[in-house]
Ligand binder design. Structure first.
Ligand SMILES: Nc1nc2c(ncn2[C@@H]2O[C@H](COP(=O)(O)OP(=O)(O)OP(=O)(O)O)[C@@H](O)[C@H]2O)c(=O)[nH]1
Length: 266
């Protein structure tokens, strides 16, 4: 059977990243409270392609994932192994994985203690370069409540408040719990988000947010301060977006900071 992908290409243009995108796959993630957690990831896998090759071998990416069957653990060791294997089986110089998944944390309502699961969007990005150096970035997207300090100050009654979203990407020296990054973000909000709230809880979160007003600027600055004090974090990128309740647009703030010029080594 003719192998079109293996044929030469004469346009003299190398390709930076080629592969598969949005493959749904069952995965296992380390869970601080329960050991591990099963979830379903959306996976992108890419390698570079030299100028002389017509095509990459798409089936091999999926075959590599299938070698884990339904027991693909998203640990630093496994991700490093996948990045190395991608280069080997595809004869590539560089490899990239981009894995997005919902992660669930059980939270108890602040007064009634009623439990419920909150979902957080998480992402691991990994790259292995031509020197076999592995760079890993972990990302969490954390929903929060924010209450406007200006609105509180100038209004006789109330203050506008809304759901916001903080996106935090980090590079780190050694293993970093997803839960730790989520809690760090939640501490900087006017109030954190819960899944189940009874009336006593609703009163509590309403008053807590009112007593803790924050601009998007306050949120990113408070998170950056905590990250700067954490020696395990070598780099971060951080944004806060408030889906304003008094506007049809968002308030937005962004900070990036390279604490060191080194990435995570897997
Ligand atoms: N490279 C490439 N392959 C594609 C694309 N779209 C679909 N494919 C298909 O991906 C399939 C698998 O390709 P390969 O992995 O090379 O399959 P194979 O040659 O049987 O497998 P190996 O022997 O391991 O190379 C082929 O049927 C391609 O037609 C594309 O845009 N680029």
């Amino acid at each position: 059977m003719i192998d079109i992908q293996k044929q030469p290409d004469y346009r003299n243009i190398p390709i930076d990243q080629v592969g598969i995108k949005n493959l749904k796959y069952p995965v296992r993630v380390l869970d601080r409270s329960n050991g591990t957690q099963h979830t379903v990831a959306s996976i992108n896998m890419y390698v570079d392609l030299p100028h002389h090759s017509k095509g990459t071998h798409m089936s091999r990416f999926v075959e590599l994932l299938h070698s884990f069957r339904n027991d693909l653990e998203l640990s630093l060791t496994t991700l490093s192994h996948i990045l190395d294997e991608m280069k080997k089986i595809l004869g590539a110089k560089s490899s990239h994985v981009d894995i997005s998944f919902p992660y669930f944390i059980e939270k108890k309502a602040p007064e009634s203690g009623s439990p419920g699961l909150v979902d957080y969007s998480c992402r691991f990005l990994g790259t292995s370069n031509e020197n076999d150096e592995i760079d890993l970035v972990s990302e969490v997207v954390v929903p929060i409540t924010s209450l406007c300090p200006c609105s509180k100050e100038i209004s006789v009654h109330g203050a506008h408040n809304q759901r916001g979203e903080v996106r935090l990407s980090t590079r780190f020296r050694k293993f970093n719990w997803i839960e730790d990054m989520i809690e760090l973000v939640e501490r900087a909000a006017s109030c954190e988000i819960y899944s189940v709230l009874k009336r006593v809880d609703e009163k509590y979160v309403t008053e807590l947010a009112y007593n803790n007003p924050k601009f998007v600027e306050d949120i990113v600055r408070d998170i950056a301060t905590a990250l700067n004090e954490d020696d395990n974090i070598t780099w971060f990128e951080l944004s806060a977006e408030n889906f304003e309740s008094i506007h049809n647009h968002s308030a937005y703030a962004y900070i990036t900071s390279s604490k060191e010029d080194v990435g995570t080594k897997g």
